[in-house]
Ligand binder design. Structure first.
Ligand SMILES: NC(=O)c1ccc[n+]([C@@H]2O[C@H](COP(=O)([O-])OP(=O)(O)OC[C@H]3O[C@@H](n4cnc5c(N)ncnc54)[C@H](O)[C@@H]3O)[C@@H](O)[C@H]2O)c1
Length: 252
């Protein structure tokens, strides 16, 4: 039990990495608020966890709606008293679209979801962390956040941005007891493919070069284990780090 009596918020907890992280956190003693904009998915996952007597609640919210994010934090503090851990996990993919083919709508959608949403939610939670002198943020980036050929322009920019946010916050708030780290997963089995329609042929052809060299997809539960380490006191010395979970895909 690494997270005994902690209160966590996990975004995008209706599927994939977020679902696995919420489950692992709850099994390690944390109360978990599972946030997702897909009501059916997040309520199904929460019911499954509740059936195991795990302390969980679902909250339907859209990362693109700032009021939703305020309500999420209010719900969590009203119901469970505080927030100790925030996992910024929810995101959408961008159809591997090369910059010349990126519409304003696609850019705004991906940046608003994957970067601005995490920024606004973290800012909301930070007030609580500062008031009590501690807290942990785990940001889920991607190998697209450390390399140029793993996604389209908007996804790559957003995932690099999340790492910048991680390092800046770690530097500015580490001395106040707040740790902020990121995970950069490689290919993971999940429903992320559902988040976009037809692939951009130009961008997908470029990205396929490295996909062909990929070591195979990982399980969401493997990324959840990294999140657990980063959320727990076992990583007390780790702040501003990016832990890559890709079976060595970005090494060669
Ligand atoms: N699957 C991969 O290969 C892979 C690789 C690298 C990084 N990642 C990252 O892992 C994280 C989790 O993705 P996943 O692979 O589990 O995908 P997923 O699609 O299975 O899960 C993402 C969840 O986020 C939710 N979501 C999307 N937009 C939202 C919004 N605006 N508001 C609230 N919820 C929203 C979805 O409903 C979904 O349940 C993401 O940050 C993704 O970029 C995934």
């Amino acid at each position: 039990m690494f997270l005994e009596s902690k209160v966590s918020i996990v975004t995008g907890a209706g599927s994939g990495v977020g679902e696995a992280t919420a489950e692992l956190f709850a099994k390690n003693g944390s109360t978990v608020v599972l946030m997702d904009y897909n009501r059916e998915r997040v309520e199904r996952v929460t019911a499954r966890l509740k059936a195991q007597n795990l302390s969980t609640e679902s909250f339907v919210a859209n990362l693109k709606n700032e009021d939703d994010l305020r309500e999420l934090v209010k719900f969590t503090t009203d119901t469970f008293g505080t927030v100790d851990i925030l996992v910024n996990n929810a995101a959408v993919m961008d159809a591997h679209t090369s910059l010349g083919n990126v519409t304003n709508e696609l850019w705004d959608h991906v940046i608003a979801t994957n970067l601005t949403g995490a920024f606004k939610l973290t800012r909301e939670v930070l007030r609580i962390f500062l008031a009590k002198g501690g807290g942990v943020v785990v940001n889920v980036s991607s190998t697209a956040g450390i390399r140029g050929g793993r996604g389209g322009a908007a996804y790559t920019a957003a995932k690099h941005g999340i790492i910048g946010l991680t390092r800046n916050m770690a530097d500015h708030y580490g001395h106040r007891g707040i740790r902020v780290n990121a995970i950069a997963p490689g290919g993971i089995k999940s429903n992320l493919r559902d988040s976009y329609g037809e692939r951009d042929p130009e961008g997908f052809a470029r990205n396929s070069r490295c996909s062909a060299m990929g070591p195979g997809e990982g399980e969401p539960s493997e990324i959840a284990q990294i999140a657990l380490f980063l959320a727990s006191p076992a990583s007390s010395i780790v702040n501003g780090a990016v832990i890559v979970g890709d079976r060595g895909w970005t090494i060669f």
